[in-house]
Write a protein that binds this ligand. Structure first.
Ligand code: NI
Length: 460
């Protein structure tokens, strides 16, 4: 009886406790679900309870500013970063923030026992349908020294999708090479920078590799590319290197969505044409049965077009070779019938030397020579007036006929080469064919484009 009474009394209490527990648990779940967006930040960053967190609105729709400030006097930091409506982007940002924090902690506080301050702040710049988010990380240490690093996101406003430089360029291979050349040359022009950072680091950090170009923004119709070079330099203050290019200048290599309506007098493509380095390779006294063919194969290998000044008597012997020269896209020049000094001949003899050779050339390839080179360069005003096509001498003499040494060809080219140069060689010496590859490789490496004599004269 007593037992029964007690049971009856306890019954409702147990039920009340049970209901209360369930209600409490449900409300706990509801609370965390509703506030999950914010709690993520708290979980990641304030787990140590060393900091305070502040959340503010920004002038940009859907973007909040989170500011985490340290309250511990062991480590000093203030980290401001954006929180967007896009989860992937937020996760990327949080990862950068927490990585920066642990790097700072391990590098300065734990390892080097230095006192310092870590500051991260950000700016947002709208451009068309895109936002550039630029985070600036400043690490101060030893009271006066500081390292600055930029970290950027270029996103589509509506989707939050990350846009890389690869997405921005029309033709992402050749245009990327063009842009990276521009950036590299701009930086190498600064002697101060080269002295401070070193040519090798500049070249390596700006070579056309996409990872080199993942830090950029577009601000006020200007593309800014940031290179965090020298950031680990412990000797002093290091700030990132920035290359700025006006978007109108880049218009012809940008996808339509990124072009600006603003116009520019010159652009990266027209400047490339204007600034390009060109050289005309010329081969005299052939065609030769074996040497000319070897030279043709080498020229093909380097995608090079050249000019062959042929001698009539050689054409007679090697018509098929001349055809091959023409078919492979090279230019044919007239070098007279018997390789005589024209200045020592009568007008009639000069005419014969030139015209008979033109006829032989026409017989072989179906057209006459488009340029003319007098043997030994011996000519005068009168002779030049007799010749209907341009008379072309040379500006770089390799003296290959004299040395007949394959190893001497490249040093002679190196010594005398210049932009828009015309290089004189002879396709009748085996040594010239043997030394040619090193010349082609060198000129290509130096950025020269191989053109025919007529191409060179037309655009000079
Ligand atoms: Ni000659």
């Amino acid at each position: 009886m007593i037992n029964k009474l007690i049971k009856n009394k306890r019954g409702p209490w147990l039920e009340i406790i049970l209901i209360c527990t369930i209600v409490f648990l449900i409300s706990l779940i509801v609370y965390f679900t509703l506030t999950s967006n914010n709690t993520k930040f708290f979980n990641v960053l304030s787990a140590s309870k060393e900091s305070t967190i502040e959340i503010q609105n920004t002038e940009f729709d859907g973007i909040k500013m989170i500011t985490e400030t340290s309250i511990s006097n062991k480590m000093s930091y203030k980290l401001s970063y954006p929180e967007t409506k896009f989860e992937d982007l937020n996760n990327n940002i949080i990862k950068y923030i927490s990585d920066s924090k642990s790097l700072y902690t391990s590098k300065f506080y734990e390892k080097e026992k230095k006192k310092g301050h870590l500051n991260i702040h950000f700016n947002i710049y709208p451009y068309k349908n895109y936002y550039s988010i630029v985070l600036t990380k400043v690490v101060t240490y030893d009271f006066s020294k500081y390292d600055v690093e930029y970290h950027t996101y270029f996103i589509e406003k509506d989707s939050g999708n990350n846009i890389s430089l690869k997405n921005i360029l029309t033709d992402n291979v050749s245009h990327f090479t063009l842009l990276s050349n521009y950036v590299q040359n701009t930086l190498l022009k600064s002697k101060d920078l080269v002295n401070r950072i070193g040519k090798e680091i500049i070249v390596n950090s700006t070579n056309p590799i996409w990872e080199n170009y993942n830090c950029f923004s577009i601000i006020n119709d200007q593309l800014n590319m940031y290179f965090n070079i020298g950031e680990t330099n412990p000797t002093g203050t290091v700030t990132p290197t920035t290359v700025k290019v006006n978007v109108p200048y880049l218009n012809p290599i940008l996808n339509a969505a990124f072009q600006t309506e603003k116009k520019s007098k010159n652009d990266i493509l027209s400047d490339q044409k204007k600034n390009r380095k060109r050289v005309a390779l010329t081969f005299d006294d052939g065609p030769h049965q074996t040497v000319t063919k070897q030279i043709l194969n080498l020229l093909d290998k380097y995608d090079a077009k050249a000019t062959f000044f042929v001698v009539g008597t050689q054409v007679k012997k090697n018509k098929e070779v001349l055809k091959e020269v023409k078919n492979r896209g090279h230019e044919i020049g007239n070098h007279t019938l018997n390789h005589k000094k024209l200045t020592k001949l009568t007008v009639k003899q000069i005419e014969y030397e030139i015209n008979s050779t033109n006829n032989l050339i026409k017989e072989a390839i179906g057209e006459e020579a488009t340029v003319m080179r007098p043997p030994y360069g011996a000519t005068n005003k009168k002779i030049n007036q007799m010749i209907k096509v341009p008379v072309v001498l040379w500006t770089v003499d390799t003296l290959d006929w004299k040395y007949k040494d394959a190893k001497k060809l490249l040093p002679m080219v190196k010594k005398n080469i210049h932009n828009n140069g015309i290089i004189l060689m002879h396709d009748i010496h085996q040594s010239t064919a043997d030394g040619l590859e090193s010349v082609l490789a060198y000129l290509k490496e130096e950025g020269y484009e191989f053109v025919t004599v007529s191409e060179l004269l037309a655009k000079k």
